[in-house]
Design a protein around this ligand. Structure first.
Ligand code: SAM
Ligand code: FES
Length: 347
């Protein structure tokens, strides 16, 4: 019966919330088959390619206070840093030499980075590397700001919605943040022509299996180009320090369901997945993921961009990281490619 549900999901890319829920509840029985079919679907659109994105974590200042996040404003133990424009450009140059063709600028919501400053940096990256894509992950900004950044050359934007349940959202964030605003940002980004990434943490405090089933419905309806999911991992200096981590097994199963729901989606096997399970990223690729986002920030910054405890890859140089990742990927039978790796819209 669960096999039939997976077959129908592959064919129609849609199930009801109850059907998704029954798959989630019985995932132990069906995870192998779900991964098998997810891989077939992924190969149809992206062959055996794994796209790599150079992640540049350029500021850990943040005005927000998300309860789960290690760089929240209220964490006075976090050592703050921001990279200069020249440092960001140097990361991009290093990344280019290593074969990266997408640069992801990610940071906390740092008011220092005004539109003018960011647009200047984006223009310089695009001038130096016109064959590359620039992805931003800077949190919530105004429509005008998103528009200016797009006009400066940004191609994609990652903004995880964190949960599709408004009540759950309010348990993960202080009252100063709102679910409606998050959703508004996502639809504005889409309307401006960005390739948009949504996503959520797996096993975040108060999340239920019903919530996860509804996440699949939300993704099906919103149709993001990219979906970032990873297990919640507690950080010792946050209000959620005592909560349990999400699991690799649930994350990997959901990656398969997402691939079957959104066949062409760009789907990373995240650092959080690699942190919770040493083979997590390989398992993610073997369950339908097709993107890796290694960290290219300078070493001094990496040790400070700590969203959760025990984060991996905070000590190796970029060149070493890419060798390590290539070997890991080869071991799965897939191959890392030097390519912008845009969303394949079938045209
Ligand atoms: N400020 C930007 C934003 O809000 O989108 C980007 C940076 S934010 C740190 C990136 C993502 O990290 C969040 O969307 C969240 O899902 C994830 N994250 C934060 N704390 C985490 C934790 N404790 N465990 C796992 N993921 C976490
Ligand atoms: Fe702002 Fe996490 S609270 S990036």
């Amino acid at each position: 019966m669960y096999k039939q549900l997976i077959d129908r999901l592959e064919k129609e890319n849609n199930l009801t919330a109850d059907e998704y829920l029954s798959l989630i509840r019985h995932r132990d029985e069906i995870r192998g088959y779900a991964a098998e079919r997810a891989i077939v679907v992924r190969k149809k659109h992206y062959e055996k390619k794994v796209y790599i994105r150079a992640l540049i974590e350029f500021t850990n200042y943040c005005r927000n206070n998300c309860f789960y996040c290690g760089i929240r404003a209220g964490n006075s133990a976090a050592e703050r840093y921001r990279l200069t424009a020249d440092e960001i450009l140097a990361c991009a140059d290093d990344g280019y030499a290593l074969g990266f063709r997408t640069f992801v600028m990610q940071g906390g919501e740092d008011p220092y980075f005004t539109d003018d400053i960011l647009c200047g940096i984006i223009r310089r990256i695009k001038d130096n590397h016109p064959d590359c894509a620039v992805t931003l992950s800077l949190g919530e900004r105004s429509y005008e700001s998103y528009k200016s950044l797009k006009e400066a050359g940004a191609d994609r934007y990652l903004l995880r919605h964190e949960t599709c349940n408004a009540e759950h959202y309010s348990k993960l964030h202080p009252d100063t943040m709102s679910f409606e605003r998050r959703m508004k940002c996502l639809s504005e980004l889409k309307s401006l022509g960005y390739q948009v990434g949504a996503g959520f943490m797996v096993g975040s405090p108060f999340q239920t299996e019903e919530d996860l089933a509804n996440e699949m419905i939300f993704l099906r309806e919103f149709k993001p180009h990219m979906v970032g999911i990873g297990p919640f991992i507690p950080h010792k200096d946050t209000p959620f320090s005592e909560y349990e981590s999400g699991t690799a097994e649930m994350t990997v199963f959901l990656l398969s369901l997402i691939r079957l729901t959104l066949p062409r989606v760009l789907l990373p096997a995240t650092t959080a997945l690699g942190t919770i399970d040493p083979k997590g990223r390989e398992k993610g690729i073997l369950a339908g993921a097709n993107v890796l986002m290694p960290n290219l920030s300078p070493l001094h910054a990496r040790k400070k961009y700590l969203l959760y405890d025990n984060k991996i890859c905070t000590g190796d140089e970029a060149a070493k990281c890419i060798v390590c990742l290539s070997e890991r990927i080869k071991s799965t039978g897939y191959e890392i490619v030097t390519d912008r790796g845009d969303y394949n819209n079938g045209i």
